[in-house]
Design a protein around this ligand. Structure first.
Ligand SMILES: C[S@@+](CC[C@H](N)C(=O)[O-])C[C@H]1O[C@@H](n2cnc3c(N)ncnc32)[C@H](O)[C@@H]1O
Length: 267
């Protein structure tokens, strides 16, 4: 796996994918320790507030014999959790630097994952290759839903499941355009929500993210051919007092900072 700093930008990729590749390659060092902490745990925990799997039930308990894919796997710990449950796992990520950490950690724990450097909007696997797909803050927020949701539908077998976790639309609407912490005011329109470009946010410059209104997510799932099995709005526990990635615990105790969609491919 070559390190992306030695690579020329891939101009065949959409602009947001190129931008997010540069952004994540530059951020990867900061994600080594969190990745190590998550790999260390056999018991999955999720999102900003480290909510336990026992509460969210994002993974099947037994994944023996299942082909699973993580879309935007980062340091790969979710892929590791699925492999520990018996699945054969592919992790795809846009950042070679993040994958370098994933590779080191999977080898450290003696877990065999197939790691692919690429864009989760176009995955180099045939139709109906997977039983289960998941994203925790990977494709879930960094890929265009109008591209990655149909692509994941293509990748899943009929009846296969897609589960993803990312920011709640309330969190987007309540985040100032300069990237300052989420607060109790409405800063961005809800209607028409699609791409959030944080590159020029003075307080906290970032990459290019995506989210949709609830109605638009539901329309996309319906048009693509997914049934919604469940939808969760995540609340920060009362024990939390810190600000995590620009979201104050106090805010996230009153409004949902994160959402989980659990979907099943029709057929
Ligand atoms: C926050 S990490 C997600 C991994 C892990 N669950 C976590 O929360 O740390 C976000 C990952 O999404 C990846 N990503 C961004 N755009 C992507 C794309 N178009 N295709 C695949 N991965 C992408 C980034 O490279 C980064 O490693």
């Amino acid at each position: 796996m070559s390190l992306s700093e030695h690579e020329a930008p891939d101009t065949s990729l959409p602009e947001h994918v190129q931008e997010n590749r540069t952004y994540w390659d530059g951020m990867a060092d900061a994600w080594v320790s969190p990745g190590e902490r998550s790999w260390k745990s056999d018991v999955p925990f999720w999102g900003l507030w480290a909510l336990p799997e026992a509460q969210l039930n994002l993974l099947p308990d037994d994944m023996t014999g299942m082909d699973a894919i993580e879309l935007g796997c980062g340091t790969g710990y979710v892929s590791g959790w699925m492999a520990r449950r018996g699945a054969t796992v592919v992790g795809i990520d846009n950042s070679a630097e993040q994958l370098a950490t994933a590779k080191r950690l999977m080898e450290h724990y003696g877990i065999d994952l197939t790691l692919v450097h690429g864009n989760a909007e176009h995955v180099p696997y045939p139709d109906a290759a997977f039983d289960f797909a998941i994203s925790e803050y990977g494709a879930a927020i960094w890929c265009d839903p109008k591209a990655w949701i149909p692509e994941t539908h293509r990748l899943l077998k009929p009846g296969g499941h897609l589960t993803f976790l990312g920011h709640h639309p309330f969190s987007v609407v309540c985040t100032p355009l300069n990237g300052a912490d989420t607060n109790e005011h409405l800063h961005q329109p809800y209607f028409g929500m699609h791409q959030q470009d944080w590159r020029t946010a003075e307080d906290d410059p970032g990459g290019i993210e995506f989210n949709l209104t609830h109605a638009d997510w539901l329309a996309l799932f319906r048009e693509t051919g997914f049934d919604v099995l469940d939808y969760l709005e995540l609340q920060a526990p009362t024990t939390e007092t810190e600000t995590k990635f620009g979201t104050m615990a106090e805010w996230a105790q009153k409004w949902p900072s994160e959402q989980v969609w659990k979907l099943r491919k029709q057929g």
